[in-house]
Write a protein that binds this ligand. Structure first.
Ligand code: DON
Length: 307
């Protein structure tokens, strides 16, 4: 089905109106104190297509904390640096557990199930840190997202990073456990300092949709990773990008996606578009509640799906 720009814009507006009318926006992540005071009633959606203007609706100019969506960009950097050697340290299977879970880590001797749960993302960041300082690794991350989005106005929120450094006890537990199994090359402080800062990158929905264009592929999309790697990162987003809610997201939306506890979701329509939604209230998986509902509606109204 060919959708005109006017029709796509009308779809984004309709989705925004419905989201704003909802009386159950979910619950904001309060385990990171700096995120606890965000107004859950905000909503934004943005659609980026290679070579075409980005369409937006709602609060699409408000920057938000991308949190775990950053794991996609760090994975691209880690694979660029280490290639398939990364998979000796982290798996490629869905975990079926919460993003902060330690359960499999003990059973599976310190090799996290996938690069999107926290344990796997800590290993991925640790890999990018090998032979690089935290500021070099974070500089590489910022250069990557700015190039992907074609936008230099993307920054980290130091207060959010410090807020998590002060309260991220589960992540420290995961890092120490990884270290005890020889799966951390740097100190927990160094790796987690870097990880918390990557999670504290802020983007607007429009910037995030633009940054996702490198995963869309095609001649007009930014060429930051190979076509084969695009397919593989999308596959991981589909199977693991929403943690224990990944099957539910695949069933309801049918597109690769990566969520963050800041309420952002990045979804890719391979070969067609990159979509970002943001609504800070979360469902019980820790994924944006209205964002997931909006993506379900978006997939239905556009007919866009990988299935
Ligand atoms: O490490 C954490 O807990 C957060 N910085 C990121 C977690 C997250 O975004 C999970 N996503 N839904």
């Amino acid at each position: 089905m060919t959708l005109t720009t006017a029709r796509l814009q009308a779809i984004l507006s309709e989705i925004t109106d419905l989201a704003r009318a909802s009386d159950s926006p979910g619950k904001v992540a309060d385990y990171i104190p700096e995120l606890a005071c965000i107004d859950p009633r905000q909503f934004a959606i943005a659609l980026a297509r290679p070579g075409k203007p980005t369409l937006v609706a709602g609060d699409a100019a408000v920057p938000f904390s991308i949190q775990s969506v950053s794991k996609v960009f760090m994975l691209a950097l880690a694979l660029g640096k280490m290639g398939d050697r990364l998979w000796a340290r982290v798996g490629r299977e869905p975990s079926g557990q919460a993003f902060y879970s330690m359960l499999h880590l003990e059973l599976e001797k310190g090799r996290p199930r996938n690069p999107f749960i926290n344990a796997g993302a800590i290993v991925t960041t640790d890999a990018v840190l090998q032979g690089a300082s935290p500021s070099e690794a974070l500089g590489a991350l910022l250069r990557f997202v700015r190039a992907a989005a074609n936008d230099d106005d993307i920054h980290m929120n130091e207060r959010v990073a410090q807020s998590e450094i002060a309260t991220g006890h589960r992540n420290f537990a995961l890092a120490h456990y990884l270290l005890s199994h020889g799966n951390l090359a740097n100190t927990p402080d160094l790796t987690l300092g870097t990880y918390f800062h990557q999670c504290a990158v802020e983007m607007t929905a429009a910037q995030l949709a633009n940054a996702g264009l490198f995963l869309v592929g095609g001649s007009d999309a930014p060429r930051l990773v190979s076509p084969q790697r695009i397919r593989r990162i999308n596959a991981l987003m589909m199977t693991c990008g929403h943690y224990d809610g990944s099957g539910d997201y695949a069933y309801r939306v049918g597109l690769p996606g990566k969520s963050g506890v800041g309420g952002g979701i990045l979804s890719i329509v391979p070969g067609v578009a990159s979509v970002a939604v943001w609504s800070p209230g979360l469902n019980h998986y820790g994924n944006s509640k209205l964002g997931t509902e909006a993506m379900e509606r978006f997939a239905r109204l556009t007919g866009w799906s990988v299935f």
